[in-house]
Design a protein around this ligand. Structure first.
Ligand code: GLN
Length: 204
């Protein structure tokens, strides 16, 4: 039987524990990532929800921005949820701070407005099957612009809220806060389908 894939969750700030547990339920070996050495041991990385301005600062302070960008450009799957999608985006409409630029989208932070700062919405996500996905939005961003190679996998009120470009996945919502593991399993299958080049543990 194939060995379990190791997926990291960036653990500088945000809802790390929920992602670790959901990834384990989905069938991965999940570890918290705070250092470049830990990053080198994973086959895929999740950037969780949290506060994008804080995490962008911590990424450069911990020297992780460059190693993450290098791994992802070499083909490592990356999934950003909410804050994580903001951090991974090429552009943020209302933020004057550099982001990782790993997926060709422009996002707008806190875009669903005050009344809707938090909501649970049944989303249609054809890539996950016909059963609606219970999507939890917390001060969530939406996709304002998606580049020509970006696939919009789900929309809410006419705005993209789940996108994929190659090995990079982004969700405005928080699948780690529900017991529905389909997005975690979807990401695990992206990792399983990725050749292990650049993953030091699997290559050893
Ligand atoms: N509003 C937060 C930000 O801009 C993201 C919120 C979240 O991750 N739940 O960073």
């Amino acid at each position: 039987m194939a060995t379990k894939k190791t997926i990291g969750v960036l653990a500088l700030q945000g809802d790390v524990g929920e992602h670790l547990r959901a990834l384990e339920r989905a069938g991965a070996n999940a570890i918290a990532v705070k250092t470049a050495a830990q990053l080198a041991s994973v086959g895929g990385l999740v950037i969780p929800g949290g506060e994008s301005t804080t995490v962008m600062k911590l990424l450069s302070r911990f020297g992780l921005a460059e190693p993450i960008a290098t791994r992802v450009r070499a083909g490592m799957p990356l999934w950003g949820t909410c804050m994580g999608m903001i951090v991974a985006a090429r552009e943020v409409a209302d933020l004057d701070q550099p982001t990782l630029g790993l997926i060709d989208v422009t996002v707008r932070r806190n875009a669903f407005g005050r009344q809707n700062e938090s909501a649970e919405v049944d989303l249609t996500i054809p890539a996950l099957g016909s059963r609606p996905f219970p999507a939890i939005f917390i001060r969530a961003p939406w996709i304002e612009r998606a580049g020509p190679h970006v696939e919009v996998l789900a929309e809410r009120d006419g705005h993209g809220v789940m996108v994929r470009e190659g090995q990079v996945l982004g969700t405005s919502f928080h699948p780690e806060l529900t017991s529905d593991d389909r997005v975690h399993r979807y990401f695990l299958s992206m990792v399983e389908q990725t050749p292990t080049v650049g993953n030091s543990r699997d290559a050893a």
